[in-house]
Ligand binder design. Structure first.
Ligand SMILES: NC(=O)c1ccc[n+]([C@@H]2O[C@H](COP(=O)([O-])OP(=O)(O)OC[C@H]3O[C@@H](n4cnc5c(N)ncnc54)[C@H](O)[C@@H]3O)[C@@H](O)[C@H]2O)c1
Length: 297
């Protein structure tokens, strides 16, 4: 595999494009408008600069990486020579089903179609194509150039050969791929989201404040960041959407989203992206300025 097309140039798409390009793949990065693509290229450049500063990449490798990325605003022209397409567009089922119908129509018949979805069924996505056995989940973690894991999700129809190719490809990016089956939340979010939800319930019930809950998990469990801060990083709306997928998919009340989470999303407090979640953030910066208003004095 040499030619990789990436659909969506947001948080994940630009990281996925960056990573493939850094390891010598030729990348077509596709989004709906040129502004999003220009912003993505700036982000990639900034992240590459950081790698050069840290000494993990040379200036020459940085410019080779940038040269490996081309941008497109049309799926049809961006995927026509693809060996693999990785879809990382907005987490919305109708949108993803539409994109996969287009990919099936425009990508070469033997191209593998992968989705980076956090929670949508790979089997359902595969079912709108005529190549269900060549559709798979490639769940990268944020920030993609740094995080080692790729959760490789086999849909109901995914064939062994496709899974094997994606495992080998992920290793070529110096990632560690882990194969899992297609059930709600896969493994990562099935375990992570109930923990975050429980942390929100713990806050909601007044057991402890934001700072205390996060400190217990950071210092007591050696987590690099507390679950409430992590929720702010992921986006509270995204957490809520994934919990709903778990709740609907399993029909089990243990996955019911905490009412406090539902209220905060309804109030527009979605975490870093809106400047406030469990913590407040200055001008969209990731720097925590104060432990949020739920902190007990
Ligand atoms: N953010 C995370 O931490 C994270 C982690 C793992 C997986 N994911 C998954 O990755 C995917 C992308 O998430 P994100 O956080 O990067 O979202 P994002 O909102 O940052 O970016 C989504 C991008 O998709 C583009 N887009 C929308 N419709 C499109 C179309 N028809 N064609 C091409 N591009 C289109 C948007 O313009 C936007 O640039 C989602 O499925 C999400 O669940 C996110």
């Amino acid at each position: 595999m040499k030619n990789i097309s990436v659909i969506g140039s947001g948080t994940m798409g630009n990281g996925i494009a960056h990573t493939f390009a850094q390891f010598g793949y030729s990348v077509n990065l596709i989004d709906i408008n040129q502004n999003a693509l220009d912003k993505a290229l700036q982000t990639i450049q900034k992240n590459l600069d950081r790698q050069v500063l840290k000494g993990t990449l040379t200036e020459e490798q940085k410019s080779e990486t940038l040269q490996n990325i081309k941008t497109f605003t049309s799926i049809e022209s961006g995927v026509k020579a693809a060996d693999l397409v990785v879809e990382a567009a907005t987490e919305n089922i109708e949108l993803k089903l539409k994109i996969f119908k287009d990919l099936d129509a425009f990508a070469p018949a033997d191209a593998i179609l992968a989705s980076n979805t956090s929670s949508i069924s790979i089997t359902q996505i595969a079912a709108v194509t005529n190549r269900g056995d060549n559709v798979i989940g490639m769940h990268f973690m944020n920030p993609v150039p740094v995080m080692k894991l790729v959760e490789v999700i086999r849909g109901y129809q995914t064939r062994n050969e496709t899974t094997e190719k994606i495992m080998v490809l992920s290793e070529s990016l110096q990632k560690t791929p882990v194969e899992v089956n297609d059930y709600p939340g896969f493994v990562a979010n099935r375990i992570l989201m109930p923990m975050i939800n429980e942390a929100i319930y713990t806050l909601h019930e007044g057991v402890a404040g934001v700072y205390e809950i996060d400190t217990v998990m950071k210092l007591g469990m050696a987590h690099p960041m507390g679950p409430l801060q992590l929720a702010d990083f992921i986006g509270l709306d995204v957490c809520l959407a994934i919990l709903k997928v778990l709740y609907d998919g399993f029909g089990n009340p243990k996955y019911a989203p905490c009412p406090l989470l539902v209220n905060m999303v309804a109030a527009g407090k979605k975490g870093i992206k809106t400047g406030e979640g469990f913590y407040e953030y200055a001008n969209g910066s990731k720097d925590l300025i104060i432990a949020g208003k739920f902190k007990k004095s």
